[in-house]
Each structure stands twice: as structure tokens, then as C-alpha cells.
Design a protein around this ligand. Sequence first.
Ligand code: GDP
Length: 308
Amino acid sequence: MHPSAKIFVAGHRGLVGSAIVRNLNSRGFTNIVGRPRAELDLLDQSAVRRFFESEKPEYVFLAAAKVGGIYANNTYPAEFIYENLVPQANVIHASYETRVKKLLFLGSSCIYPRMAPQPMREEFLLDGKLEPTNEPYAVAKIAGIKMCQAYNRQYGTKYISVMPTNLYGPNDNFDLKNAHVLPALIRKFVEAKESNVPFVEVWGSGSPRREFLHVDDCADACVHLMLSYDESEIVNIGVGSDVSIKELALLVKSTVGYVGELRFDTSKPDGTPRKLLDVSKLEKLGWKATIPLETGLRSAVEWYLKNR
Ligand code: GDP
């Protein structure tokens, strides 16, 4: 990518898109294009095509997605399938029609089977049944991967797909109901500390295990792969280690400085028992995560306190 190449970051205000923009800026890329939803609705196929025809981006990071935690995925399945399938199809097809040189599609670790052996290797995709709480989202993401691969095969395009693990960092969603576990717990512990509440409710049993990657690490991996990886096969992006939800809650508790108790609400779903990515392929491609969970969590808490 030439430093002045025109790069469209779809979803440039979101958790991942904004981190990709920061990373591109720090690497000296100067011609980055983004559009807020009010100006470009990615659900609108002709608007997307007009945008690509007039802007003619050379590179595309497809980081626009409808995302949310276990409650949101389980409660709004129709929105999660529609608002992922349609925008990604519109952006990928418009990229093909306007001869975009390369596109990077962001998937998710929930594309892997619920009971996949751990850590999950790229070849486990479509080897078994999905986790029901986020199946519509996962099916949309799998369709995005297959669309990139199909266009590469039939049209000779260069569309790569990456599968990040659970992400956190600046511009995350801190909604108590709809967020993912890490931002939700930051907010719960901060608010409980401030109002001297004696306990914090943690959903589920606390035993599921998740892997957490700081979004600045994820963005750096995405740009690294955009610059160096050209194959159709998916690539996992993670740290290669996980923690239980109970361990995470205790870590957030101590980072925030809360002194009360944890209470596990087992009427809430646990979801997938474990989601840990095998990152050996990414490491062979020359990239490794650098932000430890303790450090990343501290900066995420600071960001939340400043920007809530
Ligand atoms: P998942 O990775 O798709 O299951 O999505 P989440 O990040 O929403 O949830 C991960 C795990 O954290 C699940 O086992 C949840 O039940 C658990 N969890 C515990 N407390 C919370 C909370 O306050 N919010 C969310 N979203 N999950 C929580």
C-alpha cells in the first residue's frame, strides 16, 4: 500500500474501525476515508455503489458490523443476521465492481463450532454445530468469509478474512445489557464502587473461558496482514491464552478498586464453554500480541472514566 493510497475503513467510528484508523495514521497512511452512518447507510445497496464509484477506494477494511454481547445476540437475532449480511454483501460486491485492489473482512471467533477442540484452529470452520446464542451473527460472518473466498476464486480478487477473538478498548459499547462481558463489567464495578453497592452481579456461572485482545493489537494485526497476506484462507487474531469469567471479574474488580462481593446470576446463559484461538498461523506470519490483559484493562477503565 502506497502511503497516499485511498483506504476506506467501513465502520471507522466503531471499536475496531477507529483503532484501524489510528494504526494507519501512525504508520503514515494519509488518505483514509470514512463515512458516518447518517451519510452512508451500508444497508442501502445503491448508496454503497454510488459511494464506491465516486470515491474509488483502492483498499477496504470491512469493520462495519452489528455487534453485541450474549444478551443482545440472543434477543435481537433478526437484526444480527440482517445488519451483518446486507452491509458486508454490499461492500464486498461494490469493491468487486469498482476494482478495489484488496479488502480485509473482519469475522469473529464465534464462527467456530460450539464444541470445537481448543485452541481453535482455522480449519475447524464448519466442522460442527454453532453456539445457539449467537448463531445468526456467526452465520452472517461465515457468509462473509465464503463470499470473499468465492469472489477470489471466480473473479481473481484479493479479499482476505481475519477472525479476531473478544476485543476491548476505546470506543467500546458499555451498555449494561447489550455490551460484551469486559466493558459491561468495567461499568458495573465502577458504578458499584461509586454508589457503595455491596455486590456486583456477574452473569452465568463464571466458569466459561474467554480470550481478550486489546483492539489496538487487533488493528495492528489487521494492517500487518493487509500489507503482507494474500491468501483466501482465514487467519485467527488473538493472544493465545484465556481466563475464566470469574478470573476476569476479579481482575476488573481489583483494577477498578472495588471492595464488595461478586454474585453469579446462574439464570443468565453461559454461552460457549470456551473460546480460545490457536494463533500459530498468525505468529508464523510474523505478528504477536503485545498488550497484556492487565495493562489493556487499566487503559480501558481509564478511557471509560474519561469518556462515559
Ligand atoms: P460471548 O463471548 O458471545 O458469550 O459474549 P459475552 O461477552 O456477552 O459473554 C461472555 C460470558 O460472560 C458469558 O458467559 C456471559 O454470561 C458472561 N458474563 C458475565 N457477566 C456479564 C455481563 O455483565 N455482561 C455480559 N455481556 N456477559 C457477562
